[in-house]
Design a protein around this ligand. Structure first.
Ligand code: SAH
Length: 347
């Protein structure tokens, strides 16, 4: 039965030689298996043609590379592909494949649901169920990567469901395998961890040896308003988040991005832009102004002209920003949306 099979990625790859299913196998055979998975991103043992037929059959009978099933794929007109993935306990998470003519980004989830309570986000609405294991995070990568027409992936962003810094141990273990030379060998500088802004954990991430980028979802320069937009921010002041961001930059010299979802008539006005510019003007950050992907919630996407004016006000103070057009809006590619509309609404 499927559920009794052992998932290879549940065991750190350096220990695979000790797995019962691989016991007695010569070292070079284990290496061949690793190369199929990590270098060729194969997750189907029957396609691993350099392994003997009997080994392939044994592996097929006893193991899975990852335990993730693609429950649904939705391809948008802009080529964004959003996949709803079923975990072994039937929980669902999302993974999004986004393309521009120049690059490809995979957006991965780190938790089932989310406890951060952003009032404009449908993942927040679902509440928190559990952390993903490192294996499940890697399984998402592999399940999506092996579907791609070409192998090149330029960026991995932890911007799917969940708060990565509240599942840091598993996220860091997944990153270790993603960047490991003998494993996926992905460039650290192509990885971005996105957080709602938990100062202690930002510093811990910086001190972990992670060499990738940090994105902080700020969404407003005003304390009171932030507490309304981000329920979990009740006891976390904006200044303490920015202090942690500075420390992150000092320790890692990697990019820090401030994410700001523009919500019409909420945080898209000139007053907000000026206050944000004052807050950030002496910091080495880039601002991503994100056009809201409308949901069932009461918030609306801001007008293009408001986004442009917002950007100009930031620019006057020397704060660089990019307006991020939402991708995959016709397939509900906003955080949590695909899962939300797949499962019966409970709120
Ligand atoms: N918890 C982390 C990562 C997950 S959310 C964080 O808060 O950063 C990733 C980003 O998606 C956040 O900036 C979030 O504000 C944004 N987001 C959530 N719902 C959205 C929507 N409907 N449209 C556009 N961006 C959204």
């Amino acid at each position: 039965m499927m559920t009794e099979k052992r998932v290879l990625l549940d065991t750190p790859p350096e220990q695979w030689g000790e797995l019962p299913a691989l016991a007695g196998l010569e070292g070079y055979r284990v290496k061949q298996l690793r190369d199929w998975i990590f270098k060729k991103r194969a997750s189907d043992f029957s396609k691993m043609t350099t392994l003997s037929k009997s080994l392939r059959d044994d592996l097929l009978a006893s193991c899975l590379v990852h335990g993730i099933e693609i429950a649904r794929s939705a391809r948008s007109r802009d080529k964004t592909v959003k996949r709803l993935l079923r975990l072994r306990d039937n929980e669902l998470v999302e993974c999004v494949d986004m393309q521009t003519p120049k690059s490809r980004t995979l957006c991965l989830s780190t938790q089932v649901g989310c406890a951060m309570g952003c009032t404009f986000c449908v993942s927040g609405l679902m509440g928190f169920t559990r952390n993903l294991s490192a294996s499940e995070i890697l399984g998402q990568f592999l399940a999506c990567a092996s579907e791609l027409p070409e192998p090149r992936i330029d960026h991995i962003v932890f911007m799917g469901m969940g708060e990565p810094l509240l599942n840091l141990t598993n996220v860091l273990e997944a990153i270790r395998v993603l960047v490991g030379e003998d494993y996926f060998n992905f460039a650290s500088r192509g990885i971005t961890v996105s957080t709602i802004g938990i100062p202690k954990m930002i510093v811990q991430l910086a001190k972990s040896g992670f060499k990738g980028n940090l994105a902080i979802s700020l969404h407003t320069p005003f304390e009171d308003e932030r507490r309304e937009l981000v329920k979990s921010a009740e006891r976390i002041g904006i200044e303490s988040i920015l202090t942690a961001a500075r420390e992150y930059f000092d320790l890692t010299h990697r990019d820090v991005t401030i994410e700001y979802v523009l919500l019409r008539d909420v945080n898209d006005g000139e007053g907000h832009a000026r206050a944000l510019a004052n807050l950030l003007e002496r910091m080495r950050v880039h601002v991503n102004l994100i056009m809201y992907n409308e949901t069932e919630l009461r918030y609306k996407r801001c007008d293009d002209s408001a986004a442009t004016s917002f950007q100009e006000i930031l620019a006057r103070k020397g704060v660089h920003s990019t307006i991020r057009r939402s991708k995959g809006t016709d397939v509900s590619a906003g955080c949590g949306q695909l899962r939300r509309y797949e499962t019966p609404a409970t709120h």
